[in-house]
Every structure is written in C-alpha cells, then in structure tokens.
Design a binder for this molecule. Structure first.
Ligand code: CO8
Length: 260
C-alpha cells in the first residue's frame, strides 16, 4: 500500500476497496496518479480480485479533480508527464476487465467526475451538499474530448451539450435524475451497498461480461488511443497560454479566498 492509495482486498468475496487518501481534497496530482496506476496494476493482475470499489478515505470529498498546481506555473515537461499519467489512469480504469463501482462519498468535480464516469456503476451519498460534474469551463479551461465522450455516453447528447458549456455541477438528486449516477444511498449504507451491488454483478460469468464491456467501450477507447499524442500536445499548448495560466491563477485565488 502506497501513501495516497489504500487498498483492502477481501479474497473471500473478490471485492477490493481502493481508497483515495491525498489530503486535503484528493486532488489528482502527478504523484497521486502514479501511485494509483501502480496499485491498479497490482489488482488487475490479481486473480482473486474480481471487482474494485473506488472511494475516498477523506470526509466530504471524493476527488477535487486534477491538481491545479500541476498545471499552474509548471514546465511543459512537467505538464506532459502529468497529462500522460492522466491518460494512462483513464485507459486502465475505463478499459478494466474488473467490475468497477464508484462509491462517491463527497464532491466529485472535473477529473473526479471522470474517474466516476469510467466505472461500471455509480453510487452516491444522498446529500445535496455533494456535487458532481464536468465544471471545467467555470475555471476558464476546456475538458478534453474524452471527458466529454464519457459524459455523453452516460447522460446523452443534449445533457452533455448543456453540461459541458455551463460547467454544471449537479447535486446528488440532480445527478441521479439525469443518470450521471445510478443510485443514491444514505452515507452509512454507501460501502455496504457498493459491496452488495458488486456481488450481484459477480453472478455474471466474467469472460462474457468482459467481452461485452470491451465491445461497448471500444469506440470511445479507440478514439482516445488514436488521438493520444495530439491530446498531449493540445493540453501542453493550451496550458502554455498566458490567458489560461491567468484563469488557473484566479481560480486558485478564489479557492483560497473562500476560507478567509
Ligand atoms: N487542485 C489543487 N488544489 C486544490 C484543488 C485542486 N483541484 N481543489 C482544492 N484545492 C485546495 C484548495 O485551494 C485549498 O487549499 P488551501 O488549504 O491551501 O487553501 C485546499 O485544497 C482545500 O480546499 P477547500 O477549502 O476548497 O476544501 P472544501 O472541502 O471546502 O471543498 C472542493 C472541497 C469542493 C473539492 C473544493 O476544494 C473545490 O471545489 N475544488 C476545486 C475543484 C475543481 O474545480 N477542480 C477542477 C480541476 S480541473 C480538472 O480536473 C480537469 C481539467 C482538464 C482540462 C485541462 C485543460 C487545460
């Protein structure tokens, strides 16, 4: 177990719980994503693991999304490595043969929402204070096409068209209504419900399910793989712009200022 990712595998049931523990808000920094992928690979290779529950070990936040400090004032080399790590993380989770359930126990904006969207099933705590969505435009930045594709695959064309432009963060009830999450539960039932859900999925033979999953996800995966290099260049070039750096800086100021 690494410092920011905690894994508990129950080899009797085959259910692994992967917990994010990167205080204060589980931001997806380069280090966090690197540790995530190492832990993920280990589970992926472990035959006794059939399913993975993704959740947060911290209260109130599932994940605050990409670490803005990795994008703000960093070198192009750093941002290249950062973006590659994100692409790799997504390809692993989205393309996983395991059953992956998101147990969303807090805020889940932007990259946090992408992680949830890459799972097979999403369960969220029924509490209006927790919000989820692709809010990038609110930061003055643009979510990449594969974030949009994941959203569109889940909530449909019209909803994603509205959602990505406005940068909408949905509360849990709204998220359920548009299908961004599949189920709401009280906080104390989150992990038990995720585990029960997983056990239900286990009734389906893995091989048939895995091929079916790969079939449904193939077009989205292939599109990303084909555009992988261009996507890196696009991100690095975009974040080189003074105007984008300025937006990120202002957003960080706003986040810090809220506390004062
Ligand atoms: N990155 C870095 N630091 C962060 C982030 C983040 N994403 N989010 C919060 N922090 C910091 C805060 O600045 C604060 O720092 P400090 O303690 O030094 O003041 C600390 O974490 C705690 O934050 P809060 O006080 O805000 O904690 P709360 O519990 O009140 O709220 C939230 C938690 C709701 C998660 C809130 O912090 C929040 O809204 N954060 C911003 C989330 C966000 O908008 N993320 C988007 C990131 S962009 C992304 O994921 C995808 C970009 C892809 C396209 C790129 C193209 C350029």
């Amino acid at each position: 177990t690494s410092s920011t990712i905690k894994v508990q595998l129950d080899s009797n049931t085959g259910v692994a719980i992967m917990m994010f523990q990167n205080p204060p808000v589980n931001s997806m920094s380069l280090d966090f994503m690197t540790e995530f992928v190492i832990a993920w690979d280990k589970l992926e290779l472990d035959k006794s693991c059939r399913g993975i529950i993704l959740t947060s070990a911290l209260p109130n936040v599932f994940s605050a999304g990409l670490d803005i400090m990795d994008m703000y004032g960093t070198t192009p080399e750093h941002r290249t490595a950062f973006w590659k790590a994100l692409q790799e993380l997504w390809l692993k989770v989205y393309g996983s043969g395991k059953i992956v359930v998101a147990a969303i126990n807090g805020a889940s904006p932007a990259g946090g929402c992408l992680m949830a969207l890459s799972c097979d099933y999403r369960i969220m705590i029924d509490n209006p204070k927790y919000k989820i969505g692709i809010n990038e435009t609110k930061l003055g930045i643009v979510a990449p096409f594969w974030f949009k594709d994941c959203l569109e695959n889940t909530v449909g064309y019209r909803m994603s068209e509205m959602s990505v432009q406005y940068g909408i963060l949905y509360n849990s009830a709204e998220a359920l209504k548009i299908g961004l999450v599949d189920q709401l539960v009280p906080e104390d039932k989150l992990i038990s419900t995720a585990t029960e859900t997983m056990i239900k999925w286990f009734a389906i033979p893995d091989y048939a399910r895995q091929i079916s999953k790969a079939m449904v996800r193939k077009a989205t995966m292939d599109k990303m793989l084909a555009g992988r290099e261009a996507d890196i260049t696009n991100f690095v070039t975009f974040t080189n712009k003074d105007s984008i750096q300025k937006s990120l800086g202002m957003y960080m100021e706003m986040l810090k200022g809220r506390k004062a």
